[in-house]
Design a protein around this ligand. Structure first.
Ligand code: NAG
Ligand code: NAG
Ligand code: NAG
Ligand code: NAG
Ligand code: FE2
Length: 477
């Protein structure tokens, strides 16, 4: 009879399916079983050591620097004086030089509900030498403070450089551990690529902006000495029409400046820089990106400009991930994925870093660009031209970790773990870069996940053609 034969066939299929699942064929990559210690993610109290203002009334505080031009010969130095404007001047000199240079900046301030900011100074210093240590001094006399930074080497295809990756940092004890682990990592990050959500001041009643100030003081121990490349996240919106505050990104845009003019950017929320052998494109998940929007037009033009002979590494930063298999924020990046993913594949972006989801995840090289609503190819496929997507939203803010994951782990997900940490991207030359993820529970040198990235432009053409893309539909389909 047909029926028992069918049943037998079905049971064999089932057994076969279980065996496959056991072998890990059903699921995607690795879901780490690492068990974290308890999840005390409240903000550090305002009287904590990390928030202490520098001694002296009106001394400059919250010092931070970022790249000031497109090539790395310019630095924007920012700081806050709380009570009076004070000086706008930066005095600076190369380590081995007696020549004292100075530059004049300007200050801005803003009101937010019943909060009035201090005097937020921004000063751009130009025409620096490459690969040189500079000292700089801000403030007068006994209130002056001295810091230093090192400029990047001249842009070029085989220039090694090491970036740190931090996202969704906030100002909890976990945040402090993440920053400490970044600082003490034996792989020394030279510049931080920050993927958005800085202070989380907006979680306080009336978005208490004193928490923007405390955050600035907390991270100064890193941001004053190496550039942080800023990306805006949803916690930078600070949009609160109910208290009369409806200008998006108001505190963020007053406090943080970026070199968007240098990349013909129409807004400080999206821009690009070249640094060493990398071309870094920063996008805004919370600005329009639909066809013909300013951001869309800018990116279309920008990707055309990238010269992989000069900067082999093409890196994109955004806040909301396009691929994430966590339940929280699931598919929030889908609309941007639909618009921008075909370009990322066409222009062979090497890696896309995002935050927003408070956990770590790394994808396979996949794309979902074949799908056109009616053709049935609606699952991500292995695609050798596609970027790796890395979610690094695990800095440690007051919202805590997200641990609920979609099950089974989709095949596009190579590794996922709900722990706090940071990443490093160690570019060796035009073909090789090493990415490592470090969790806060481990010793500083321990890598919880790592990957050699092979440059898409310089290696993919030499790899076998990936003409037929294998669709990663579930085992049953
Ligand atoms: C702002 O208003 C809130 C609510 O009335 C109050 O708790 C807070 O102290 C005020 N802050 C300032 C700086 O006046
Ligand atoms: C933050 O971390 C630094 C460096 O490890 C440490 O010196 C400081 O005491 C920590 N502060 C808090 C409030 O945990
Ligand atoms: C950028 O360009 C605009 C328009 O030309 C100008 O108003 C603004 O001051 C420039 N910003 C910087 C940081 O140079
Ligand atoms: C690029 O770096 C990788 C990893 O360090 C190394 O194996 C390779 O030989 C380097 N390529 C060249 C051309 O030096
Ligand atoms: Fe976010």
């Amino acid at each position: 009879m047909g029926v028992p034969a069918f049943r037998l066939g079905f049971s064999v299929l089932l057994v076969f399916a279980f065996v496959l699942c056991d072998l890990g064929v059903c699921n995607g990559g690795i879901t780490s079983r690492f068990v974290r210690d308890d999840d005390a993610s409240s903000d550090m109290p305002l009287d904590s050591d990390v928030f202490r203002p520098p001694p002296g009334k009106n001394a400059p505080q919250q010092v931070h620097i970022t790249q000031g031009d497109s090539e790395g010969k310019s630095v924007i130095i920012s700081w806050v004086t709380p009570d009076k404007p004070g000086s706008n001047r930066v005095v600076y000199w190369a380590e081995n030089s007696d020549t004292r240079n100075h530059a004049e900046g300007y200050f801005v301030s803003y009101k937010y509900f019943n909060y009035t900011s201090g005097y937020i100074h921004h000063c751009t210093i130009n025409d620096l030498e490459y690969d040189t240590k500079y000292f700089y001094v801000i403030g007068f006399g006994s209130l002056s403070r001295r810091f230093w930074f090192t400029t990047p080497p001249k842009v070029g295809p085989d220039v090694p450089y090491t970036f740190g990756l931090i996202g969704d940092l906030g100002q909890t004890h976990h945040s402090n551990r993440t920053l400490t682990h970044y600082e003490l990592n034996p792989t020394k990050g030279q510049t931080v690529l920050f993927v958005g959500d800085l202070s989380y001041a907006d979680r306080y009643p009336f978005h208490d902006n004193t928490r923007w100030d405390s955050w600035g003081r907390f991270v100064e121990r890193s941001t004053a000495y190496q550039p942080w490349i800023w990306t805006a996240g949803n916690h930078e919106l600070d949009s609160a029409p109910e208290i009369g505050e409806s200008e998006p990104f108001k505190p963020y845009l007053h406090r943080y400046r970026v070199p968007h003019n240098a990349s013909d950017g129409s807004s400080p929320l999206w821009y690009s820089i070249k640094r060493a052998s990398a071309y870094i494109i920063v996008l805004s998940s919370y600005s329009s990106f639909v066809k013909s929007s300013p951001q869309y037009k800018w990116l279309a033009n920008e990707l055309e400009k990238v010269n992989r002979d000069e900067t082999p590494w093409l890196i994109v930063l955004m806040h909301t991930p396009m691929y994430s298999s966590y339940v929280h924020h699931y598919m929030e990046g889908e609309s941007m994925r639909v618009v921008f993913e075909p370009w990322f594949v066409k222009y062979k972006v090497d890696v896309v870093f995002a935050g927003h989801v408070h956990a770590y995840e790394r994808s396979e090289r996949i794309s979902n660009i074949e799908y056109n609503v009616v053709n049935g190819l609606c699952s991500p496929a292995y695609n050798i031209e596609a970027p790796v997507y890395i979610t690094i939203g695990d800095g440690g803010n007051s919202e805590g970790l997200v641990s609920e994951m979609t099950e089974p782990q989709p095949k596009y997900s190579a590794y996922r773990e709900a722990s706090y940490g940071h990443g490093t991207l160690d570019i060796k030359n035009r073909t090789h870069a090493y990415f490592a993820w470090h969790r806060n529970q481990d010793e500083y040198a321990v890598e919880a996940d790592s990957l050699w990235l092979h440059n898409r432009e310089w290696i993919s053409t030499k790899l076998p053609q990936s003409s037929e893309m294998t669709h990663l539909s579930s085992a049953a389909a």
